[in-house]
Design a protein around this ligand. Structure first.
Ligand code: ATP
Ligand code: MG
Length: 355
């Protein structure tokens, strides 16, 4: 049997998926499904770090995100869906990994700082919020993947995961600290040192023209949006340019959308040339053209999603999640037991029953 390398990545159910997810991660997931053994995680436990008071909303978003995955072409026959709260080995591994990460290292993580700021969490965030960064190391390592497709904002989170994997392998599996990352498994390490893989667009800006497009920042074009909504949202994208004959900056937020969504290189080059020269081309015209391209991308997704509408669609999603939870638990339990063996905690194998 040939070994397929593994992928682990996922989304937090704090809303619906948007274009940033598509260009930053989903597109890669769909493309890599055949060559890799893919695990896609719904971080529903992490959703509680910022909205513990909204369990209904988290459950709804969990179902909606799976619908988004199916709509954009993730295939449950080829990939495994991981519902975080139903994989107890993740929470257990989180504890063990937390002992191997210095507290200050976790708190100084740049992604964490940006999130606290962007989400306006101030000083009132829960203890669980910074914990999610340790949890994310466990989410990844429990599946022992080689590759983690993420947006640029999450790259800084992959670093502690790599560090903790090296540390575990050195401490409990006796791997020499001078070992090259790629060599860890061959030298007896339990965990491969996973690599982040950033998508075609590392960080798609939101329709506010300032922050990263995010589910929770009210600046997203969702995968479910119709042409009218797409046009309206893009219409609000501020470029600061006032006249059609004013030379425009082709590195502004609008042109990030042009390059991300108009997949005709010659047309992109033409638009860039005209815009830079102020050659009688207005922002409104370009926005309308981009909107058409986004609409063409989303139309087949909307169609597939329509087939999953309502309670019948919910039931189908729940059935997939239940079935996949068994498979995901089998892989996760295997890793956890090996980790416990390495830590001299193997007091007997156990069997999980998920009904
Ligand atoms: P939240 O606002 O709740 O943090 P989010 O929109 O940032 O939600 P996540 O679930 O945190 O979405 O991220 C899922 C994946 O999508 C991550 O790999 C992340 O890096 C990637 N991603 C999210 N937003 C973007 C974006 N605007 N551009 C590129 N990649 C993105
Ligand atoms: Mg995020």
């Amino acid at each position: 049997m040939t070994h397929k390398p593994r992928i682990l990545t996922g989304d937090t159910p704090t809303g619906q998926l948007h274009l940033g997810h598509w260009v930053g991660s989903l597109e890669n997931r769909v493309a890599l499904q055949d060559r890799y053994d893919c695990y896609f995680l719904i971080a529903n436990m992490h959703a509680f770090t910022t909205r513990a008071d909204r369990p209904d909303e988290i459950r709804r978003s969990t179902l909606e995100i799976v619908k988004d995955w199916l709509a954009c072409g993730i295939d449950p026959e080829r990939s495994t869906f991981v519902l975080q709260t139903e994989i107890p080995a993740i929470a257990e591994l989180t504890w063990f990994l937390a002992m191997l990460l210095p507290f200050n290292r976790v708190m100084r993580n740049p992604t964490l700082k940006t999130e606290l700021e962007d989400k306006g969490l101030g000083d009132n965030y829960s203890f669980g919020f910074p914990m999610y960064t340790v949890g994310q190391c466990a989410d990844i390592l429990i599946f022992r993947p080689e590759l983690v497709p993420v947006g640029e904002d999450q790259l800084a989170h992959i670093e502690p995961c790599r560090e903790v994997a090296r540390r575990f392998n050195q401490l409990y599996c006796g791997v020499d600290p001078h070992t090259e990352d790629a060599e860890y498994p061959a030298r007896g390490g339990l965990f491969p040192i996973p690599e982040g893989k950033v998508g075609r667009v590392a960080r798609l800006i939101g329709t506010d023209g300032k922050l990263k497009m995010s589910k929770s920042l009210n600046n997203a074009i969702f995968l479910t949006d119709e042409l009218k909504q797409i046009k309206k949202k893009l219409g609000g994208l501020y470029t600061g340019r006032v006249a059609m004959d004013e030379p425009g900056d082709i590195h502004n937020s609008l042109f990030q959308y042009v390059r991300a969504f108009i997949r005709d290189e010659a047309r992109v080059a033409e638009l860039e040339k005209k815009y830079a020269a102020g050659d009688n081309i207005g922002d409104g015209h370009i926005k309308a053209e981009v909107a058409e391209h986004i609409d063409a991308l989303l139309a087949p997704m909307r169609e597939r999603r329509a087939a999953l509408a309502g309670e019948a669609g919910d039931a189908k999603v729940l059935e997939i999640l239940r079935e996949h939870t068994r498979k995901a638990n089998a892989a996760a339990e295997d890793t956890l037991y090996r980790a416990k063996q390495a830590m001299k905690l193997d007091f007997g194998p156990r069997e999980l029953v998920f009904r």
